[in-house]
Write a protein that binds this ligand. Sequence first.
Ligand code: PMP
Length: 392
Amino acid sequence: MAEFEQNLARELAELRKRHAYREFRTIQGIPGEWVEIKGRRLLNLSSNNYLGIANHPFIKETSVRAVEELGCGATASRYIAGNYELYDQVEQELARLKNTEEVLLFNTGYAANLGIISALVGKGDLVLCDKLNHASIIDGIILSGAKLLRYKHLDLAHLEKILRQETGYRRRLIVTDTVFSMDGDLAPLPEIVNLKEKYGAVLMIDEAHGGGVFGPNGGGLAEFYGVSDRVEVTLGTLGKAYGCAGAYVAGRRVVIDYLRNKTRSLIFTTGLPPAVLGGIQGAIRVVRNEGWRRKEVLGKAAKVRDSLAGAGFNILNTRSQIIPLVTGTNETTMEFSRRLEEAQILAVAIRSPAVPPNLARLRLTVMATHRPEDLAQAVETIIDIGRELAVI
Ligand code: PMP
């Protein structure tokens, strides 16, 4: 026992030394455009609540109504006695929003990626994975036992080279984020779709950060590019732009039917509670009907991007509401984040190993409902601190 704990303590000390130790921050009250931490108000540039609807009155109302009508728990796996009517309704409404044959809900995006990928591929299959795909995709591939080959980030020539060379597999699955979670750049979906068709592969996209934000109906980046019906498997999450929790996979009937029968992270888990499903039902309507939120978030993000890039910051190739402010080492990034917190701005440090060493960054995110004057003030503060720390 003592030795076990000593070993853990040693590893934790090592993490602290590398500025890689993690702690929770506790938010007091509502996590909105501003948040309160330890009694201080901070501008929230660290939220995935991109459309600003996590506290939307209509969504709260549909969530509370579901609790009042149905209680607090699903009480079982959906395959046993946990599949109540609201599940079917929400899946049908999401399918209409996504303009797809069927949708299947999951409890989290992490569980969805783990389950879907390990159901679709296994030994004898190949997965071609963008180098910067989300950790849940990587974990799903590892769990599947399929061969994993990572292509250089957004590099179509590299992807095609692998597709040309690596043949003889039962199935070849290309997986990509659409909007990259730590970089904010966009996958070239039309070109990836063309390549997968040319080489007879299958494509799975992760719209965690594209859903609700991109596309005329908030259908995601695939909708924006008009390629949704050429993608076999589309994953979306409901805890970010949708302001609720959970995730879904959208696709043609046979694909969803297969996943319903084969996905262990769905089969062996308790269903989502009514509070969440009721909230999702409200959020679907808000995402569809309040298109102004998409215009606002992308318009405001473009302004912040232009100002920060204009001041000399490296913001990589972001074209979305996620703005990576590359600061260099873990240490500088932590110091930058701390200084911003002093100046009433919450901008969380993303450090190696989550991102490559020397590309540690602050991941800034813009919400549709941020006030323009708050964003302008934040940009000024960021530029001042960037100069003081010699980042620019
Ligand atoms: N995919 C991507 C690209 C993500 O960024 C995330 C969450 N950070 C997930 C999947 C997991 O989604 P969830 O938070 O619902 O588990």
